[in-house]
Design a protein around this ligand. Structure first.
Ligand code: ZN
Ligand code: ZN
Length: 392
């Protein structure tokens, strides 16, 4: 029972176990390698597809970071490789119709596998295409920037709007610490922000269990909590790109994905802090502005949601408030990791911030502390207070 808690991250692929929550969990990813030098596993993981063609997808940044090394490892081992190279210069790659279409165009009759070398955008585009074409895909991660490496959803742009398409889990995921620790510092900070968000995500899950009777799996909660503790122990070393700190960050991002894959909902990873982030992002997209990194937004939204739990402590169900540390403590975690701390720091306007507190609960039909505040008639008062505390 709960065997996954006794496993090292590199032993978790293909794990099945009976859980104390009453369910049988199954982690379906075929291969997972995390750590220094993990990219060396690529030829072994790709071996089942050696009789066909493998389509490798990268952009100019990810080719430099890991794509060239990945391609050379496979060509030296005798694989039949086709390449799709997106040259975006200094622009970021937006995962939209044109990217998805280009990947589709490069698939041939004997293409057996797609390997995405990159972070969120290329991963999501390849994940979407391979799900629709019923083909496996593999990821070689280049930046510890978000928790989507182990995720079956593909957020893509479509006709100027962001849509979360259902897709599928990767066949294999490789996250080489030696490569990912060289990612731009703002991507490392973003990944850390996404991890920090799990603090309030787990608290929201507990609240919903107690108020609405929603299902909860303690094993996955424990899996995420352990990963968070390990990550937070060393996160003040992230600005120096310390190998152990980066490795703990990558593990936290991956293990959150494992937890989501086990319970098949995003509860272990996403609560009200993600609702605020999505609200801000939709506003930025609607105004044609470049969105701020997902995890960076999530990180700054987390102490805000912690303030909600503090201000509602008189009416929260027993035990819920204790799961969330004081907002000052969460702000310190962000500051020590070199990440932006408040929504004001990342340029969210006072008006947008206040609107997100008032309407964030409408972003998705998921019970959270925002809905709890609304249902108890406290939302507007708390939104006004927090807005004044942060923006003056
Ligand atoms: Zn996230
Ligand atoms: Zn369970």
């Amino acid at each position: 029972m709960n065997e996954i808690l006794n496993l090292n991250i590199n032993e978790m692929a293909q794990t099945e176990f009976d859980c104390s929550c009453g369910r049988h969990h199954n982690f379906e990813i075929h291969d997972l390698a995390v750590g220094p030098g993990a990219i060396q596993k690529l030829p072994e993981f790709a071996a089942p597809f050696k009789d066909g063609q493998i389509l490798m997808v990268y952009d100019n940044n990810t080719f430099k970071a890991a794509g060239k090394q990945a391609r050379d490892l496979l060509t030296d081992a005798g694989f039949n490789i086709k390449e799709l190279y997106f040259d975006r210069g200094s622009d970021i790659l937006i995962p939209d119709e044109s990217v998805v279409g280009r990947i589709l165009q490069e698939i041939e009759a004997d293409t057996k596998l797609i390997i995405a070398v990159g972070g969120g955008s290329l991963n999501d585009s390849c994940k979407y295409v391979t799900c629709r074409t019923k083909m496996p895909y593999m990821i070689v991660g280049t930046a510890p920037s978000m928790d989507g490496y182990v995720s079956d959803g593909a957020p893509l742009m479509s006709a100027g709007r962001k849509i979360s398409y259902p897709a599928h889990l990767a066949y294999a995921v490789i996250c080489d610490t030696d490569i990912m620790k060289l990612a731009p510092q703002e991507l490392i900070q973003a990944g850390f922000g996404d991890v920090v968000g799990k603090i309030t995500a787990l608290t929201d899950w507990d609240l919903s269990v107690k108020v609405t009777g929603e299902y909860r799996c303690e094993t996955t909660v424990e899996l995420v909590r352990r990963a968070l503790n390990k990550c937070f122990e060393k996160s003040d070393q992230l600005p120096q790109r310390d190998g152990d700190a980066i490795n703990a960050l990558i593990e936290a991002l991956i293990l959150t994905g494992v937890a989501m894959a086990l319970v098949r909902v995003s509860r272990p990873a996403s609560g009200a802090e993600h609702m605020l982030s999505h609200y801000w992002e939709m506003d930025y997209i609607a105004r044609g502005l470049n969105p701020i990194h997902h995890g960076t937004q999530v990180g700054t939204a987390t102490p805000v949601i912690a303030r909600f739990f503090e201000k509602l402590s008189d009416i929260l169900p027993e035990g819920t408030g204790q799961l969330c540390p004081p907002h000052e403590e969460i702000e310190k975690l962000l500051r020590d990791a070199g990440a932006p701390v408040t929504p004001k720091d990342i340029g969210i306007s006072k008006e947008l911030f206040h609107a997100s507190l008032m309407e964030g609960y409408k972003v998705r039909p998921r019970y959270s502390v925002l809905k709890f505040a609304m249902d108890n008639g406290r939302l507007e008062q708390i939104a006004d207070e927090i807005t004044t505390e942060i923006y003056g």
